[in-house]
Design a protein around this ligand. Structure first.
Ligand code: AMP
Length: 425
């Protein structure tokens, strides 16, 4: 599928001269006790889109959520991040203390080319997410239905008000692209001929499609983390797309047990044993080579200072648990990764938060970086894998680091994300 379809506009060719663009960004950044931004990755990621509009003579209205407020609350105010945006952008940014209201509309209307206005947290309004708030638990079915209808109607007004601020709409919030909220889906309908992806959203889709639909083979997916259950749909979808599937971390033990291995106290989802067997069978039928760990660093407690031993993956003593990939496993995975032309990595190889069990994950980062240096395309996503890449200072040594956890996972499951569909439809 072409990324930019007929009815859509392309941010690179659209004429922003004298126009006001309303942009859904993802400024949901972590703050410390003093309301200082502790990680500005998401703000940095939105800068290319903002700069593009400014360079082309437009003005901007930026809108985002921050945290999960249930009403207007100072601690969730986007005002806190104004200095961080101004510093990265290098221009002053105006602030509207409410994303609704006549005063805000007037501020937006009077924007001149080159000016930027940030709106207060969209989630101060229930209309953004379209979820009913404050209804007592004992409310009757009829009361619930009435509240739902009322919210739907006011959501239309909320969306129309946001749309009225601007001449065109850009969605650049990959982190919320899997949510059907007012600011990233409903609003697009108000701009049938003037809606487009921002640079970040465009880059994210391009990177994922490079793995899913236009991959150079051999393609290897490395899936790790705690649970099979949270990655089941991805596993199913990837079986049709990849040549090799490396299963690592806690989720591997359900597969090992399914094959009859002794896994001791290792993490396991017993109710998914049959599913794991089914995945192994499907992989064989489809010619996908599955790589489970063959040895493991096991510990006698879930503790950084626990006693450790290397065990064969299917011979873990009863009171011990698998915590990280073993040396033989890592050697085998290194070969598979280095022989790949396309790589997708999501999820750690062990309990990497504990230094004693971080080696496997760190080695994975290095293997993926080496393969990239040899010409492979590599996409890394998911909070833990991204954290590992950043911790090692390797963000520039892989091809693409995704900014969206949940959104990326749903895209890899093969779902059409509402935020993307609204621009394409
Ligand atoms: P997820 O959110 O599913 O990607 O899982 C990430 C979590 O998996 C991290 O917090 C890791 O500590 C955890 N994890 C990875 N390997 C293991 C393991 N062998 N045993 C327990 N937890 C693990």
């Amino acid at each position: 599928m072409f990324l930019i379809q007929e009815q859509m506009q392309d941010i690179n060719t659209y004429s922003f001269q004298g126009k006001r663009a309303i942009v859904r960004v993802d400024f949901n950044v972590p703050l410390d006790d003093q309301f200082q931004v502790t990680d500005n990755t998401r703000i940095r990621a939105a800068i290319p889109t903002i700069q593009k509009v400014l360079e082309k003579g437009g003005s901007l209205i930026l809108m985002s959520h921050l945290g999960r407020p249930k009403k207007a609350e100072e601690r969730f105010s986007l005002r806190h991040i104004l200095p961080a945006i101004e510093e990265l952008l290098g221009v002053p940014v105006l602030f509207a203390t409410d994303c609704m209201g006549e005063e805000t509309a007037a501020m937006a209307r009077s924007l001149k080319p080159g000016e930027v206005l940030l709106l207060e947290n969209l989630r101060f309004y229930a209309e953004e997410e379209g979820k009913i708030r404050g209804l007592p638990e004992e409310a009757s079915e009829q009361e619930k239905a009435e509240a739902k209808t009322a919210l739907k109607e006011s959501q239309q007004r909320f969306t129309a008000a946001l749309a009225s601020y601007a001449d065109c709409y850009i969605n650049d919030a990959f982190g919320t692209a899997h949510r059907a909220h007012a600011s990233n889906t409903l609003i697009a309908a108000h701009f049938p001929n003037d809606k487009m992806f921002g640079c970040l959203l465009h880059a994210e889709i391009l990177a994922m499609d490079k793995v899913l639909s236009s991959a150079v083979r051999p393609v290897t997916a490395i899936l790790g983390g705690a649970k099979v259950s949270s990655k089941l749909a991805i596993l199913e979808n990837l079986l049709d797309k990849v040549d090799n599937l490396i299963i690592c971390g806690g989720m591997s033990f359900t597969f090992v047990k399914a094959r009859g291995g002794r896994i001791g106290q290792s993490l396991c989802e017993d109710h998914l044993i049959d599913t794991a067997l089914d995945i192994l069978k499907k992989a064989e039928e489809k010619g996908v080579r599955m790589y489970l760990p063959t040895d493991v660093i096991a510990a006698d407690a879930f503790d950084n200072n626990a006693q450790t031993n290397v065990h064969s993956i299917d011979q873990i003593p009863d009171q011990w648990m698998g915590m990280d990939a073993g040396p033989q496993t890592l050697t085998a995975w290194e070969q598979v990764i280095l022989n790949s032309k396309t790589l997708l990595w999501n999820g750690p190889a062990g309990v990497f938060e504990m230094p004693a069990f971080a080696n496997g994950t760190r080695q994975l980062v290095a293997f993926v970086a080496n393969a990239t240096q040899n010409g492979a395309f590599s996409l890394v996503g998911g909070g833990d894998s991204v954290a590992a890449v950043n911790q090692m200072g390797y963000a520039n040594k892989v091809s693409y680091v995704s900014t969206g956890g949940g959104a990326m996972l749903e895209y890899l499951e093969g779902k059409e994300l509402p935020g993307i569909a609204a621009i394409r439809s």
